[in-house]
Design a protein around this ligand. Sequence first.
Ligand code: NAD
Length: 735
Amino acid sequence: MSTTNFTIETDADGIALVTWDMKDRSMNVFTEEVMDELDAMIGTFAGDAAVKGVVITSGKDGTFTGGADLKMLNGMFEQFEARKKTDHDGAVQELFDRAGRMSWIYRKLETSGKPYVCAINGTCMGGGFELALACHGRVAATSAKMGLPEVKVGIFPGAGGTQRVPRLADTQAALQMLLKGETLSAAKAKGMKLIDEVVPQDELVAKAKEMLKAGLSPVKPWDQKGFKLPSGLVYSAAGAQLWPAVASLYRKETNDNYPGARAIVKCVYEGLLLPIDAALKVEQRWFANVLQTTEAAMMIRSLFVSLQELNKGARRPRNVPAQEIKTVGIIGAGFMGAGIAYVSAKAGLNIVLIDRDQEAADKGKAHSEGLISKLVGQGRATKEEAEALLRRITATSDYAALSDADLIVEAVFEDRDVKADVTKKCAAVMKEGAIFASNTSTIPIGLLAEAFPDQSRFIGIHFFSPVDKMMLTEVILAKNTQDKALAVALDFVRAIKKTPIVVNDTRGFYVNRCFLRYMSEAYDMLIEGVPAPMIENAAKFAGMPVGPLALNDETAVDLSQKIMKATIREAGEAAVNAEHFKLVNRMVDDEGRLGRKSNKGFYDYPAKPAKKHLWTGLKDLYPQQKANDIDFTELKQRFLVTMALEAARTMEEGVVTDPREADIGSILGMGFAPYTGGTISYIDGMGTTAFVALCEKLAAKHGDHFAPTPLLKDMAAKGETFYGRFAPKGEAAAA
Ligand code: NAD
C-alpha cells in the first residue's frame, strides 16, 4: 500500500513500516491531506489481521515533522471569522470539529487494537510529537529533539498533548514543559518518561520493531484498569500542595496575558480529574475556545506567518540575483563590531576585523574566542569548529585586507567625522560593486552616505545588543540606496540567521524611536509621583520583559543624558522635555547614578548574591501619590499605547511601510508584549476605533503625546485596519 505522503512496507513478521515523506517539501507538516491519509491507514491496519504492529517514521533527514501547518490554522481562522458574521453557532461548531480532528484521529490510533511505535529520527514538534505520544511506544534517535511549542505562537497542544504528557510524566515537569513550549533532547524526554528508548540513528527502526516483537501492548496504561497518574490524584495531599503553587507560578510567568497558557493549566487540572476520553474533549473545547481569542490570531499571524515570511526575504528585490557573500569587512572591533564578527564567522563567512591598531582588533577577535570556548565547554560546539571559526576572522589594522570584501559593516564610534574618515579609507580599497553598511544607531544613513563616492551602494544595517542573542536587524534605506545594496544586506542578514525589517531613513529609525517612548512614559510617571515599583510592575503586567527603569539602567542613564544634550544642540531646547532633562541631570550629575555600569542607577546593585532593588531615594525625588489613587490598568495601557502610537506614526510617515515589519520589529527588537502580536497588531486587535478612543482618553489626562494622529482618526472613521490599509502588495505579499 502507498499513499501520496506515506510509503508502507510490511515485513515477514507482519510489521508495517510507515515512512512519512512529503514530496516537494523539505519538511513534513500536517495538512488536511496528510490527516486524511493517516486516518485511512489506521482504519486499514485495524482491519488487516496480517498486520501485527506498525512503526511510523519519517523519510526526511534529521526531521520527523515541524508540526501542524499553521497556515492551515490561519485559513481556518479566516473561514471562522467570515462564517461567524452570519452564522455564529455554526462557525463555532465547525471550528470545534476541525480543530479537534487531529485529536480524534490520534485517539483512533491509540484504541485501534494494533500496537504502534513511533521512531523519531530527528526534530519532532507540535502535532508530530502528539502523534508520537498517542503511539504505544516511542523510540528516538540520540540527536532527535522534540517538544510542544504551540504556546509560543498563542495556542497550545490541542491533539492530546495536555492529556498524554501528564499521564506519562510527573505533573510539575509536564506543566513546565507545556507552559514553556520547551524543546527536549531525546535524553531529557526519556528522563521525563515521554520516550521509552534512545538509540543511535541507524538502529532506530530495528529497535522499534524489536519493541513490537517483544509484545508491546496495544492498550495504553490509561485504558487499563488500575491506572495510576504519575503524580497521584489532583484531589490528594500531593495535589493540594502542587496546584496552588501552579496557579501562582502561572500568574508570575504570564501575568495572565496568554489565553493559550491559561488553557494549558485548565486542561491539565480538569483533564486529570477525568478518564482520557472525557479529558480529550475538555482539551478540545479549550482549544476551540483559545482559537477564537484575539491573542491567538495575532500571535499566529506575527510570530509564525510573518516571521517566516520576513526570514525568507519578503522584502528582497527579486530583480537582483542571489548574492554570494564570502567575505565581510567589519570596521570597529568594539562592543558591536566584535559581536557582528562572531555571528558572521559562526555562519561560515570570512571576516576582516579592523580597528585603529592591532591590539584593539585582537581584543575584538578575543570576544569570539570567549563565546565559542563557552559553547565548547557546554558541549554545544566541537574544538575543531571553534578553531575553524577563529581561523575565519582576520584581525588587523590594515585597510588593504578589505580588498576582497563583498560587504563592509562599519561599527566605529558614534561620531559623524570618525565615521566619514573610515568610510573614505574603505572606499579607497573596496572592490568594484561591494556594498558599504553602517551600524549607526542615531545618525541618518543619508548623512553618512555623503562620505561615500557611490551612494547607491550605501545602506544601514542596525544590529541590537547583545548581537549574538538579539535576532533582529533593521536594514535602513537612504534616499539613494539601490536594490543591489538592499539585496546584499538582506542576503547577509539571512546568512547570519537574523530577521530583517526594512525601514526608510529617519532619526532613531523604527525600533529605538518606539522604545524611547517606553522610557519617556516611565519618566512621566516618576515625575507624577507614581511609586517606582508600580511603574516597573505595570510594565511587566502589560507584558514587557523588562521594566523601563531597569532597562534604562542597562542602556545607561548618562547615555540618555547624552542623547538629550545632542538633541538640544541640534534641535533646540524645546525638542527635549525639560522635566525629563532635569531628572536625568539629577540622576547623573548630582547622584552619580549612571546605571548598572556604576552599580547604581534607578536600581541599586549590591554585590552578589544580593539582588538588585529599586533605589529607595527615588521616592524623595517627587511627592508620591497614594497607590490606591492610581489606576493600575491605565498605567499598563500607557506603556503599550505610547509605543503603538509611535509605530503608527512611523507608518504614517512612511518610515515603516509593511505592518508585518512593525510588529516583528517591536517584538524582537524591544520585547513589545508578544501576546498582542506587536505594536500594530495591538491597534488592529482592539480595532482602530477603540484605539483612537483610548488615545483620546489618555491625551486628556496625560498630555498631547497621546493624541491620535490624522491617519488613525481617518482609519477609525472608515473602520480600517493597518493590515487592511497597508497590505503588502505584489512580490512581498507572495513571499
Ligand atoms: P565601542 O566604543 O564599543 O566600539 C567602537 C570601536 O571602534 C572601538 O573598538 C574603537 O577603537 C573603534 N574605532 C574608533 N575609531 C576608529 C577608527 N578611526 N578606525 C577604526 N576603528 C575605530 O562602540 P559600540 O557600542 O560598539 O558602537 C559602535 C557603533 O554601533 C556606533 O555607531 C553605535 O551607535 C552603534 N550601535 C551601538 C549599539 C550598542 O548597544 N552599543 C547598538 C546598535 C548600534
